[in-house]
Write a protein that binds this ligand. Structure first.
Ligand code: MEV
Length: 461
């Protein structure tokens, strides 16, 4: 008796301390959401501090806070990213200061250093290779491909263009629209699987909503036309199932190239390493990233440090950009470097070719004040200009990383930037911070050394 009482008491206590399922969370006010979170997930002793943290990050400007609240669902506060500037980027003869939203302490400094290095050597050159985007209606049916193809060419294709004419009208006025529609046979990979594949030109917008709207209409038109056609048996009609209509974030035909080059002898300023040796080591480092996926992943991550920071600052979708870049890096079946290097006839060339599907209209671009600021700072670029700027940012970041790796090692620069994070954790005063900047001026920052030296100076003061 006592035993079962103790068990049920124990279960009640356990249940009380475990977070409970909540219905209708999204309908609660911001305050009620926070109260619920605090009471379910935080011990009573921590609730005050936790609530103060959330409050600290709210904007005191009501309209701005409202704007941010409405970007997403269930917002309870804001999550800040540092917004830094990397100046002195000479791109196709024009000077830029790049806005970078990134938390990694060395990224902006690395970009600025690379920009300065290449400023004296002719700057960055870019070329837009193409700008096509893709989307698919994925469907299954038992209709023979050749029969379907005939129907597609003779009737369906025109109907797909006609039925999307309203959706594409504005985009066509701006010079874009649907470029082509192709029926693809994928049944050798998955039984009865076909695609309508469309190529789009979305001009200055990233175009996700535009593409998806067109594709959803494709799905409806495809179904209607097949059901109404006399070419197909009832069994064939019944077998048709549109599975989904969706853009592809893989855009291997939306490519930009960015490049730097100079005479090998002009590659000075590399921590005492002779230009010749620097060029050879640099080239070898890129070759390693081309053939070794373990290194390629880190190498490309460094590139994306530069790309993502500007993608975020300009209100674009960094998950889409990341997914596409890595898919492209693996396009030949082995994950490889996005950048390349040659040394030929005394000339060092370093370049990147990267798919970048981004926009400067639509999405957050017209409503997020900092995004608007970023675009104004970049002198209101077209989508193509932005592709070029992003590729340059990635290349610059990659140059800075490889330069450090083949000379001083990465930790010297990284730890210098990380020093403030370490000191912050140790509650260092402003004077102590200044002391450590001097202390580590000519040597690599080591966490342990910071602790010991801080202890020493505090004891002596
Ligand atoms: C760190 O965020 C990025 C690097 O590891 C890139 C690289 O190794 O090339 C420094």
């Amino acid at each position: 008796m006592l035993y079962s009482y103790l068990i049920s008491l124990f279960l009640v206590l356990i249940k009380k301390s475990m977070p409970q399922i909540i219905e209708g969370f999204s309908k609660l006010s911001k305050e009620a959401k926070i109260d619920w979170l605090l009471s379910e997930f935080f011990p009573a002793s921590e609730r005050n501090t936790s609530s103060q943290i959330l409050e600290k990050y709210l904007s005191s400007k009501e309209d701005l806070q409202k704007l941010h609240d409405e970007f997403s669902e269930n917002t309870i506060t804001n999550f800040f990213l540092p917004y830094g500037i990397a100046p002195n980027f000479l791109i196709n003869g024009k000077l830029y200061a790049l806005p970078m939203a990134v938390e990694e302490s060395s990224v902006v400094a690395a970009a600025s250093k690379a920009a300065k290095f290449w400023l004296k050597r002719g700057g960055f050159k870019t070329e837009i290779i193409n700008t096509k985007k893709l989307g698919h209606t994925h469907f299954v049916c038992t209709i023979d491909f050749l029969k379907l193809k005939e129907f597609f060419e003779s009737k369906l294709k025109t109907q797909l263009f006609n039925d999307t004419a309203d959706i594409t009208a504005n985009m066509r006025k701006r010079g874009g629209g649907i470029l082509s529609i192709t029926l693809r046979d994928k049944s050798h990979k998955l039984e009865n699987y076909y695609q309508l594949e469309a190529e789009f030109d979305t001009q200055d917008s990233m175009g996700a909503n535009f593409i998806n709207s067109c594709l959803e209409q494709f799905g409806k038109t495809l179904t209607r036309e097949i059901q109404n056609s006399e070419l197909f048996s009832q069994q064939e009609k019944d077998s048709l199932q549109v599975i989904m209509n969706i853009l592809s974030n893989y855009t291997p035909d939306c490519i930009v190239k960015a490049e730097v080059s100079c005479k090998v002898e002009d590659l000075q300023e590399n921590d005492g390493i002779e230009p010749d040796e620097f060029a050879r080591k640099f080239h070898q480092a890129v070759r390693i990233a081309e053939i070794e996926p373990y290194r390629a992943t880190t190498h490309n991550k460094g590139i994306m440090n530069g790309v993502d920071a500007v993608v975020i600052a300009t209100g674009n979708d960094f998950r889409a950009v990341e997914a596409c870049a890595h898919a492209y890096a693996g396009r030949d079946g082995v994950y490889s470097s996005l950048s390349h290097c040659t040394i030929s006839e005394g000339v060092f060339r370093f370049w990147i070719e990267i798919p970048l599907s981004v926009g400067v209209v639509g999405g957050l671009t017209g409503i997020h004040p900092l995004v608007k600021f970023s675009l104004a700072l970049l002198q209101n670029p077209s989508a193509k200009d932005l592709m070029a700027i992003l590729a340059v940012s990635g290349l610059a970041q990659n140059f800075a990383a490889i330069r450090s790796l083949v000379t001083t090692g990465i930790q010297r620069g990284h730890m210098k930037m990380h020093l403030f994070n370490i000191l912050q954790n140790l509650n260092a005063t402003e004077d102590e911070k200044q002391y450590f900047v001097e202390y580590f001026k000519d040597k690599t920052v080591r966490h342990h050394e910071v602790i010991l030296e801080l202890e020493r100076i505090r004891k002596n003061s």
